[in-house]
Ligand binder design. Structure first.
Ligand code: FUB
Length: 327
């Protein structure tokens, strides 16, 4: 199955896709999205409408060629520890293997992060028996650095449950920090060489302004909400993420993969639909932003479509802000 695609248009329309994580493996572009179910149940702030059950992999030989849907590569029924909500995944390559990282609720309804392995970037993937010990919350993103060290970033507020882990264990009725207190940052952990467990204790990333002051929880235009992604450009680490309630993709920069990161600006202005979620990838000498919106479903928040557009750096390494609906 395949269809040609264009910038700012859905990559595929035969299924709803969201939360794209794009990677170049073996010279081809692979996209690992969530697979939104086409249902008409009500929405709430807990994200219960995002009731995805499986993952598909998409690929493109180049940016003008048809998008191939490689079909279902993992289903929650084959994940022994998981109960529901297969949310935003990511993939990584190391040790001649491919790894699919994904969040889902465990049997107690707590979001955890699992890993599944395969020999081919297009799947299929076989899940480990248990979730990654010590994992929590949602939206994993993995960076395999130039020195082969691998880092996993994750976290999301509200339905993503990050607020509930501030003490180090799950507190069901925990609230987020006060508006003038430092915002909760995404979490980072180094992965073990086999990519299956945390090598280091997960720790919170600090995001600060240009003066070194932490971004506060009430600063909803800049504080982390969900969907962390880290890529490298000119030797610097770029952490980008969704601001959730203000619907932007923003970024911060560091010399260290574990931060602290200094806030820089907006990459993508709000899209149609509540959530915004992206990835950034270099492919055939150009940089691309993969993102999603709800234009194709006429604005139904849980029926999203993955799109892409080109991303441009300024000479000083800052990223030009992208309007998802150019004239
Ligand atoms: O797709 C479900 C959730 O919506 C993701 O985990 C979040 O990042 C948001 O896009």
């Amino acid at each position: 199955m395949g269809q040609n695609t264009k910038p700012n248009k859905p990559l595929v329309t035969h299924i709803y896709t969201a939360d794209p994580s794009a990677h170049v493996f073996d010279g081809k572009l692979y996209i690992y999205p969530s697979h939104d179910l086409d249902h008409d149940e009500p929405s709430n702030d807990n994200g219960d409408q995002y009731k995805m059950e499986d993952y598909h992999v998409l690929s493109m030989d180049d940016m003008n060629s048809p998008v191939v849907d490689h079909g279902e590569v993992l289903h929650l029924k084959d994940v022994p520890w998981a109960s529901r909500q297969a949310w935003a995944p990511d993939a990584a390559y190391k040790n001649d293997k491919y790894y699919l990282y994904f969040p889902a609720r465990d049997k107690d309804g707590i979001f955890r992060i699992g890993v599944a392995t395969g020999d081919n970037p297009a799947g299929p993937f076989k899940a480990e028996e248990n979730y990654i010990p010590g994992s929590f919350s949602i939206d994993p993103a993995v960076l395999v650095d130039d020195d082969e060290k691998a880092y996993i970033y994750f976290g999301g507020l509200w339905g993503g449950q990050l607020e509930k882990w501030q003490t180090g264990s799950f507190v069901d009725d925990a609230e987020g920090p006060a508006p003038d207190a430092p915002a909760l940052g995404p979490i980072v952990a180094e992965l073990t060489d086999d990519m299956l467990t945390f090598k280091s204790e997960p720790k919170e990333i600090s995001i600060v302004d240009e003066d070194g002051n932490p971004i506060v929880a009430g600063d909803e235009d800049r504080r982390f909400f969900e969907g962390p992604w880290v890529h490298k450009y000119n030797g610097l680490y770029y952490l980008s993420y969704s601001t959730g309630t203000t619907h932007k993709i923003v970024y911060a920069v560091s010399e260290n993969p574990q931060g602290p990161f200094v806030f820089k600006g907006t990459i993508l202005t709000p899209v149609i639909g509540w959530t915004t979620h992206h990835s950034i990838v270099e492919f055939q000498d150009k940089w691309y932003l993969f993102y999603h919106d709800c234009e194709f479903s006429d604005g139904v928040n849980h029926k999203r479509s993955v799109k892409f557009t080109e991303l441009t750096y300024n000479e000083d390494g800052t990223i030009q802000t992208i309007d998802p609906y150019p004239e």
